[in-house]
Every structure is written in C-alpha cells, then in structure tokens.
Design a binder for this molecule. Sequence first.
Ligand SMILES: Cc1cc2nc3c(=O)[nH]c(=O)nc-3n(C[C@H](O)[C@H](O)[C@H](O)COP(=O)(O)OP(=O)(O)OC[C@H]3O[C@@H](n4cnc5c(N)ncnc54)[C@H](O)[C@@H]3O)c2cc1C
Ligand code: FES
Length: 269
Amino acid sequence: MPHVLDCEILKNENVAPGHFRIEFEAPEIAREARPAQFCMIQVQPGYYPLLRRPMSFERVFETSVTVLYKVEGEGTRLLSETQPGKTISVQGPLGNGFPLDNDFERHILVAGGIGVAPFPALAEALVNEFGLQPEVIIAARTKDAILCDDYFDELGCHVYVATDDGSLGEKAYAAQMLESLKPGPRDRVYVCGPMIMMSTTSKVAEAHGTSCLVALEAQMACGDGACLGCVVESKKELEGEKMVRVCCDGPVFDTTIIDWPAHNMAYDR
Ligand SMILES: Cc1cc2nc3c(=O)[nH]c(=O)nc-3n(C[C@H](O)[C@H](O)[C@H](O)COP(=O)(O)OP(=O)(O)OC[C@H]3O[C@@H](n4cnc5c(N)ncnc54)[C@H](O)[C@@H]3O)c2cc1C
Ligand code: FES
C-alpha cells in the first residue's frame, strides 16, 4: 500500500528557467521507491487545486527524495512558490517503475525535456547495483531545458546532448540520436518524454530489434487505478482489457504493448 505522508520540504530550488528541484523528507517512501515510480503531491493544503499532481522520483536518498519538475500550470506554479520548512502531503510510491535487469549489453536512456526526471534514479541504480555505464541521450528544445547532464557525467555515464535548435550538443531529435548509437538486439532502451518523442524513439528501437521500455505520462486524478482517467490504448490484451491504466499498470510499459497510432491521434486532437 502506498503511504500518504505529511512531508517537510528541505529544498525547493530553481535549477533552470521554469524548472525546479524539490527535496522532501519521506523515510517510508524513500525506503521503497524504485526508478520511474512516482508520487502524487498535494501542492498546498485545502481543496485548491483539488487533484494531486503526479511526479516521478528523481533521486532517492536514505530518508528523503527529490522531484525535478517543470512549471506547466497552476499546480506546479503553486508548488514552486512553497518554501522549505513547510509541509506537503505526498502519496507514494505508486506505479511499477523500471525493472532492473543485468541481462542486456548496453542500457540506453533517452530523455525528452522534463522526461529526464526519472533517469537519475535509474542511472544510479544501474551503476551502483550492476556496475554498468549507461548511455544517456538528453534531448530538449533548447539548451535551457537540458537538465541533469552534470550528474550523469559524475556517475560515469556516456552522455549525448541534442537540442532542436542546435543551441547545445547536436542539432537533432532524440530518435535520430538513438539511431546514431546503433542499438542492437542485446541492448535495452528506456524512454521518457513527450508522447510523440516516445513514439518515434520507440520505432527506432523496434526497427533494430532492441528491447524498449517507455515511461508514459497521462493526466491523472486518483493515481491508484479507480477513476480510469489515465488510460491509454494498448495493442495486446492486458488483464483482459484493451485500455491500460498508466497509474497502476504502468507508468512503465514495453513499447510493443502500446497502440502508438491510436494514442498519437488522440494526442494530436
Ligand atoms: C507518472 C507521471 C510522472 C510525472 N513526473 C513528472 C516529473 O517528474 N516532473 C514534471 O515536471 N512533470 C511530471 N509529470 C507531469 C506533471 O504531473 C504535470 O506537468 C502536472 O501535473 C501539471 O500540473 P499543473 O497544475 O502545473 O498544470 P495544469 O494546470 O494541470 O495543466 C497545464 C498544462 O499541462 C498539461 N498537463 C497536465 N498534466 C499533464 C501530464 N500528466 N502530462 C502531460 N501534460 C500535462 C495540461 O494539459 C495543460 O496543458 C508526470 C506525470 C505523470 C503521469
Ligand atoms: S489516475 Fe485514476 S485510474 Fe489512473
């Protein structure tokens, strides 16, 4: 069962234009949280905004966790204004998270924009538990949105940076960067970012016969499987259903399960 805790904010820092890193004390959550699991944060006490906001764990420490977030709307704006020393209600850990598997030759993490958020925890786990050196592609629209590259360097990962406008690293999209790394059938790719980026990047992995896991995002209300607000269409039947729930069947799925054309059509509307 996920915990619901009142957590003291230890830090809440502006790390790049429109991006913040919050650290809060949550020993019970920190003990159990795995890479790409997430929490639901009540951004301020009371009933406004009504719904908690889903956020991945960026890093997990002994008694605290960090969340890296982008200010998108009212909820994240309010969160960004909350000062250290205050308390927020946090529910978690939720979702399945990335499986940790040492059977692959290369582990390639592909991040699009704020989709980098769950990867520090994953890279750390791959380095510390298996002594692996993951390759990390960080792609974003512009250099201001390239995050965590220093931390991946520090961990000893091979880091490849790409921006849409060429302001930092290669002028390329995430999928093109993955193509240039020539993934193979003995490798595993992990992807998180905007839906369209995950769909194109997954296609590259599939074309090379490479195992590919995606950490999906969806708007969420309950976070625990009850409201069906977060469903996406799947190709295969999972638990007898065509739709899968991002909050509790995911957020991590094998890319072959997702019906990308159906999902991108809904996304484009
Ligand atoms: C499992 C999961 C993990 C996530 N982890 C992170 C994270 O680590 N860091 C981070 O910055 N964000 C993360 N998100 C996205 C984050 O939850 C939303 O950006 C946030 O809820 C927006 O709240 P808001 O009140 O600021 O914006 P709102 O006012 O609710 O919405 C503002 C705009 O953002 C869009 N939006 C809202 N929620 C989402 C969503 N879930 N996905 C895509 N677009 C959305 C809305 O359509 C609208 O256009 C995650 C989402 C999920 C489902
Ligand atoms: S958010 Fe309610 S079922 Fe997923």
